[in-house]
Design a protein around this ligand. Structure first.
Ligand code: NAD
Length: 253
């Protein structure tokens, strides 16, 4: 454990930190000395990740959070900050996938649920995170969008719409709060084997997905965590309002 790293003495909140990409981001930032506030609907998962971080000599606390609950999030971030003493960075990774169905058959309840979690959930999270950062005169937000933020994907209208919207939201927030010391960026991962995708994409399709990448493979949660840690750190001081792919060249052709 490198406790003298880029995040020494920094507090970083990660929504969706209990699984997949968010989990890898928690481990990466904790390994660089950050104190992690893990927020997840699945409190058992968040507590499991926090316990592993603490077992490795890092600092992490788990909190149950529902990103669709704007008022609850505001109260929760107050609690996180009073417990940890501040909020230097936040990574908004909580999200869902949903069914693969053409738009005319797409279930409206899934449409609404996807918008609530993947889009409104990030907006509500930012509104709970920002006041603490503005008060401190500095802060750093990273939103986990997707490669689907810049391309379409047949059968996933709601998911694609939310991931495109997150890029616009990111740019707008960066413009609004840059002069107050806040940076906001978005990351666009390609297909990654996590519980979200493994539940929806059959095992036999993964080799074909690997082949679609210039690198010959899908990315890993750790690939995304490395870029996210850079964006969430002071190393990326002039980077704001921008979208950064981790797509193995999927969209290069
Ligand atoms: P995952 O299912 O492994 O993790 C998502 C986490 O979000 C879970 O721990 C879940 O409990 C939590 N969550 C869901 N709803 C929530 C809510 N209402 N409030 C709080 N927490 C909630 O998924 P993942 O693959 O790690 O995805 C993380 C993010 O990365 C998502 O935004 C996803 O869209 C994005 N992404 C994933 C991939 C991929 O291929 N896996 C690719 C591009 C982008």
């Amino acid at each position: 454990m490198n406790c003298l790293g880029r995040f020494a003495d920094k507090v970083v909140a990660v929504t969706g930190g209990g699984s997949g990409i968010g989990e890898a981001i928690c481990h990466r930032i904790a390994s660089e000395g950050g104190r992690i506030a893990l927020l997840d609907l699945n409190i058992e998962a968040a507590e499991r990740v926090a316990a592993v971080i603490r077992g490795n000599g890092g600092k992490a606390d788990a909190y149950r959070a529902d990103v669709t609950d704007a008022a609850g999030l505001a109260t929760l971030f107050d609690r996180v900050v009073s417990h940890t003493g501040g909020l230097d960075a936040a990574v908004n990774s909580a999200g869902i996938g949903g069914p693969f169905v053409p738009s005319l058959e797409y279930p409206l309840d899934w449409w609404q649920r996807t918008l609530d979690i993947n889009l409104s959930g990030v907006f509500y999270s930012i509104r709970a995170e920002l006041p603490h950062m503005i008060k401190a005169g500095k802060g750093n937000i990273v939103n986990i969008s997707s490669v689907c933020g810049i391309i379409g994907q047949a059968g996933t209208a709601a998911y694609v719409a939310t991931k495109h919207a997150l890029i616009g939201l990111t740019k707008t927030l960066a413009l609004e709060y840059g002069r107050q010391g806040i940076r906001v960026n978005a990351v666009g991962p390609t297909y990654i084997r996590t519980p979200l995708t493994l539940a929806e994409i059959p095992q036999e399709q993964w080799a074909m997905l690997d082949e679609r990448h210039a690198t010959g493979r899908c990315a890993t949660p750790e690939d995304v965590a490395a870029l996210t840690a850079f964006l969430a750190s002071d190393d990326s001081g002039s980077v704001t309002g921008s979208f950064h792919l981790v797509d193995g060249g999927l969209t290069a052709g």
